[in-house]
Write a protein that binds this ligand. Structure first.
Ligand SMILES: [Zn+2]
Length: 347
């Protein structure tokens, strides 16, 4: 199948190269890309019937070939128009030029820059994080007792270590399951007052579906200083969400359990689609669950080596993939990372 696609592509490109008139060019277009009996169109149409393991490779190969042929056709056509003009001594300046294809930012990058700007305007620093981390920073320093079942919901990918090397259990390497793996690392290197966000990729050993993927994006944030309270937490989140969605939103806190915060909350935002009246997105409740957060657990501050009782702080983890999905009305998280140009070109 791959050879066949390559053959069709080469055939088309040679014919385009040799072609002398616009009429011939049109015939080539129909022969290869025609909606009814184009050779490549027939292949693309058959992709959905291929066995699953072939579907993606063949599909993307055929799409690439189509784009290449299409580009060659456009180029040739523009070249012919210019040559024609040169022969007659007439040049139509109103003919639109051939547009070079340009890229643009990925929707995730766009959201990230937007979120960073908002936080920077509130005095936060932006840190990049370690994607490869270890048991200590991902779990133990964040008040997950070793072997505690709370780790189950953060199952991730562990690195195969050389059995000859003696590695302490806490140094076992893994891909981070959340951007919170940077909390203690950053606290160890800096003294309060601290206002930090860490946008980054996270990894989970997860069966994928429309709302779960093995790789996703999260923004971790935390503030540590003397006398930081829940009021600071609520204000920061409300200001952030209102700015992102471009309208005043209401927020509410519900109790939630995360080992590294006490008390822990789920922060809900009033549904921006129905304005709180109830719709399918908010499951008729008028609220959308958005940001797990809470006051940093004293044990986490102790892990960072801060004097006992001197500082308090709040932390939150925002699903940045989810934010992009809400903002751009994307219904499948897997679309964000599969590189399908038909999807990406919509932004
Ligand atoms: Zn709603």
């Amino acid at each position: 199948m791959q050879e066949q696609i390559e053959k069709i592509k080469q055939g088309a490109l040679t014919e385009i190269g040799r072609c002398q008139s616009e009429k011939e060019l049109e015939k080539i277009l129909y022969k290869y890309l025609g909606r009814k009996d184009g050779q490549l169109t027939a292949i693309l149409r058959g992709v959905s019937e291929l066995p699953e393991e072939q579907r993606q490779t063949i599909g993307s190969l055929a799409n690439k070939a189509r784009a290449e042929i299409d580009q060659a056709l456009q180029k040739k056509k523009a070249g012919m128009a210019n040559a024609g003009a040169a022969q007659t001594g007439y040049f139509d300046v109103t003919v639109p030029g051939a547009k070079p294809t340009t890229g643009h930012m990925h929707p995730l990058t766009r959201i990230r820059l937007e979120v960073q700007d908002i936080f920077k305007s509130m005095g936060f620093k932006v840190y990049e994080g370690n994607e490869l981390t270890d048991l200590y920073y991902n779990f133990l320093s964040l008040n997950f007792p070793d072997n505690h079942p709370a780790m189950d919901s953060y199952d991730t990918f562990f690195i195969k270590e050389d059995p000859k090397k003696k590695i302490k259990p806490e140094e076992r390497r893994m891909m981070r399951a959340h951007t919170s793996n940077m909390q203690v690392r950053i606290m160890e290197q800096n003294k309060p007052p601290l206002k930090v966000i860490v946008p980054g990729r996270c990894f989970r050993n997860e069966a994928t579906d429309a709302s779960h993927d093995h790789t996703f994006h999260q923004v971790e944030g935390f503030v540590v200083d003397e006398n930081i309270s829940i009021a600071n937490l609520v204000y920061t989140q409300k200001a952030l969400l209102s700015k992102i969605f471009g309208q005043e939103v209401k927020v509410r806190l519900r109790p939630g359990y995360f080992p590294f915060v006490e008390p822990g909350f789920e922060l809900d935002c009033s549904c921006i689609i129905c304005g709180g009246k109830g719709c399918s997105v908010c499951k008729r409740t008028g609220w959308v669950e958005l940001i797990p957060c809470g006051m940093i657990h004293p044990k986490v501050l102790e892990s960072a080596g801060y004097p006992k009782g001197k500082y308090t702080g709040f932390a939150f983890g925002m699903g940045w993939s989810r934010l992009a999905m809400m903002k751009y009305e994307i219904d499948d998280v897997r679309l964000l990372l599969n590189g399908d140009m038909r999807f990406l070109e919509q932004f």
